[in-house]
Design a protein around this ligand. Structure first.
Ligand code: GLP
Length: 249
């Protein structure tokens, strides 16, 4: 069974369309006096989306007062104010630019001791469950098909946990860390199970470089070798692509 795909002329148009969809959901929840629970991703793919949401906040009065967010992942170990931390990324690109309440965003903590991680991860999931689950999960995709930092081999029912990063993932990240030697070997990631439980999933991918893994994820067999392929079994998942990323479908 194939995942739904929507193809746009370019990533800017695609990002605006996704932002529009999120804004509609936030406003609908506001009208019903409900919280809007968003699952958020880092990486280059959602940057245009966050820029558009910030623009909508500043120019159109889109409020994030009823929004609660859970980020997918963080490197471990990682200090929040470090240049490559996902905390810093999220604050700079979205969270500090809108009126979300500080107690309403959650990003896995890269400063925990090893002994604290298991309880912390269980608690991260419990918070999501207490809110009734994620309304809309935003995803990017790694070149190896990872979602969040759920690398090849991650099980469909995997929980939020500390994971070892694949070599290929570390090589991709090493440009930001000025060399492989400085690149973290581990990360904390939301598990596949919580991603699959999200009511709606939007995976965004841009560029020719993603076209092979997009084809495998959308049309190939469902396999834990390509965690994004699990989304074929989600009843409300869509891949939002530019022409290049969709070129092999
Ligand atoms: C990192 C993130 C993933 C992201 C991936 C792709 O590995 N942990 O969540 O999807 O990068 O990044 P990009 O969007 O830059 O291609």
């Amino acid at each position: 069974e194939n995942i739904g795909t929507v193809v746009f002329e370019n990533s800017t148009a695609a990002s605006k369309a996704v932002a529009q969809q999120i804004a509609t959901l936030i406003r609908l929840k506001q009208e019903n006096q409900e919280s809007c629970i968003l699952g958020l991703a880092t990486g280059s793919s959602p940057k245009g989306l966050y820029a558009e949401l910030v623009r909508m906040h500043k120019e159109e009065g889109l409020s994030f007062k009823n929004v609660i967010t859970f980020n997918l992942d963080e490197y471990y170990p990682m200090e929040p104010d470090s240049i490559n931390s996902y905390v810093r990324f999220m604050k700079e690109l979205l969270l500090d630019q809108v009126d979300i309440l500080p107690e309403n965003y959650h990003i896995p903590d890269g400063t925990l001791s090893k002994e604290e991680i298991a309880d912390y991860c269980a608690n991260y999931e419990a918070k999501i469950e207490a809110l009734g689950g994620i309304d809309l999960q935003i995803l990017g995709i790694g070149g190896n098909g990872h979602i969040g930092f759920n690398e090849s081999g991650s099980l469909q029912n995997s929980k939020t946990r500390l994971v070892a990063l694949d070599h290929i993932t570390r090589v991709a990240a090493s440009k930001d860390f000025s060399g492989l030697g400085n690149t973290p070997r581990t990360a904390i990631t939301l598990g596949i199970k919580k991603i699959m439980e999200a009511k709606q999933v939007i995976l965004m991918a841009w560029g020719e470089g993603k076209s092979d893994i997009i084809k495998k994820s959308v049309e190939g067999e469902v396999t834990n070798q390509i965690p994004a392929s699990f989304l074929q079994e989600h009843n409300n998942a869509v891949f939002v692509l530019d022409k290049e990323a969709s070129s092999k479908l």
